[in-house]
Design a protein around this ligand. Structure first.
Ligand SMILES: [Zn+2]
Length: 67
């Protein structure tokens, strides 16, 4: 949780800035490493932020929710 450099308004709302997560599958590889897969947020494609634009702005989301 050391990602304080992200601009607050630009954090991806879908993943809250945690765009990539390693998911343990259980067990270990023959080399002894944990078996994991990395999943990237579909909304921001693993960046954790939203590009500037109308669709990702908080005001647009609020407007949509109000209708
Ligand atoms: Zn995201």
């Amino acid at each position: 949780m050391a990602q304080h450099t992200l601009a607050r308004g630009h954090i991806c709302p879908d993943c809250d800035g945690h765009a990539s997560v390693a998911i343990t599958l259980g067990g270990r590889t023959p080399a002894g490493h944990l078996r994991t897969i990395t999943a990237h947020c579909k909304a921001c494609h693993g960046t954790g932020t939203r590009q500037s634009g109308r669709t990702g702005s908080p005001s647009a989301s609020a407007a949509r929710a109000g209708r």
